[in-house]
Design a protein around this ligand. Structure first.
Ligand code: UDP
Ligand code: MG
Length: 326
């Protein structure tokens, strides 16, 4: 639901989630504002800065920006809800016929954003999204990202957009579809590809963060990846049942062989006397194998259960503490 009054027929809303971005924001707006003005005039667009419970001066920085550029305004959330809820709240409060999503830290180049917007504005595509052809990052993190997108490409139940983040432009039709999803746990890039429509990926090189540190450390990235896997594939659950089935069959086989060996002590398998093992090695190995399969299956089920729990609680995605608009 849009919280501020309808600002007439806006062509474009650019939504930017901000967590501790007091240093990056002025640089970004200084670059983005003139680009939007020269492309679309000064009164047909808005930039919505979603302050996601920042601990620094981001909120007063948004106030200052709004005083200079009235169509750049802000939403402050009541606490830090996370990148995806911040983007979603921005979408809910946007009024533009086209919505664009980008980060505040200059990792999504404003010039490429303009290209994405132009593609959607031309009416040729419903969605245009950035594809990270390469990124300035360490080799391990690069490998993790690459691995995740490839994994999602192979296990997702719908065509997954490989190497694409949230950086995109979408027309109102696509935005309304995304806003209509009832699920609480939003993974926007997954929902975006899920809706179908006409979509085009545009390659770009993702630079380093301008200032500050990424919020996504390895454990947060793991949680985000889990969100993607659990939200868009049931294959791990199937693996869990195959694991249980596999370990069950293995147990039955070994139990059968042991029984045969007990009745016919001369029975061997490839010369190996199954029942004659004096030590505990066989037992220990079997036990470890079966119990690890069971634990793996339980872990996978737990991941899905956590998502079910979030969905059952039906909590709002975020709460707004104030609208920053003069
Ligand atoms: N962000 C946010 N809430 C958070 C974490 C991040 O709104 O809890 C914003 C952040 O300010 C930035 C964008 O989301 O504009 C992407 O965050 P970050 O740069 O940390 O992620 P990365 O680019 O490393 O994926
Ligand atoms: Mg970043």
């Amino acid at each position: 639901m849009r919280t501020i009054p309808e600002a007439g027929k806006l062509l474009l809303s650019v939504i930017i989630p901000c967590f501790n971005e007091e240093k990056s924001l002025p640089v970004l707006i200084d670059r983005l504002e003139p680009l939007l003005c020269s492309a679309f005039g000064s009164d047909r667009w808005e930039i919505i800065l979603v302050n996601d419970g920042s601990h620094d001066m981001t909120e007063s920085c948004i106030e200052n920006i709004n005083q200079v550029f009235p169509n750049v305004w802000g939403i402050s959330l009541t606490r830090n809800f996370g990148h995806q809820p911040a983007l979603y709240t921005g979408l809910q409060n946007s009024g533009g016929e086209i919505c664009a999503l980008m980060d505040a830290d200059m990792q999504d180049p404003p010039e490429i954003l303009l290209d994405l917007i132009r593609i959607v504005h031309s009416g040729e595509q419903d969605v245009a999204y950035g594809v990270r052809a390469n990124r300035e990052a360490g080799p391990l993190i690069k490998a993790c990202y690459k691995g995740f997108y490839r994994l999602m490409g192979s296990i997702s139940e719908h065509p997954w957009q490989v190497d694409a983040g949230d950086f995109c432009a979408m027309n109102r039709r696509a935005v309304n579809m995304i806003l209509s999803f009832p699920e609480r746990d939003k993974f926007l890039r997954g929902l975006r590809s899920w809706v179908g429509l006409r979509q085009l990926g545009v390659s770009y090189s993702r630079p380093k963060r301008l200032l500050g540190k990424s919020r996504y450390n390895y454990s947060r990235l793991y949680l985000l990846a889990m969100k993607g896997v659990v939200g868009f594939s049931t294959i791990p659950l199937r693996i869990a049942s195959f694991l249980s089935l596999g370990s069950g069959l293995f147990c039955a086989l070994v139990a059968g062989l042991l029984m045969i060996n007990r009745i016919f002590p001369a029975f061997t398998l490839f010369g190996y006397n199954i029942g004659a093992n004096q030590g505990i090695a066989t037992l220990a190995v079997m036990l470890l194998l079966v119990s690890s399969a069971i634990l793996a299956a339980l872990g996978i089920i737990g991941e899905y259960l956590a998502v079910v729990l979030v969905e059952v609680k039906q909590r709002p995605v975020s709460f707004i503490s104030r609208i920053i608009k003069a």
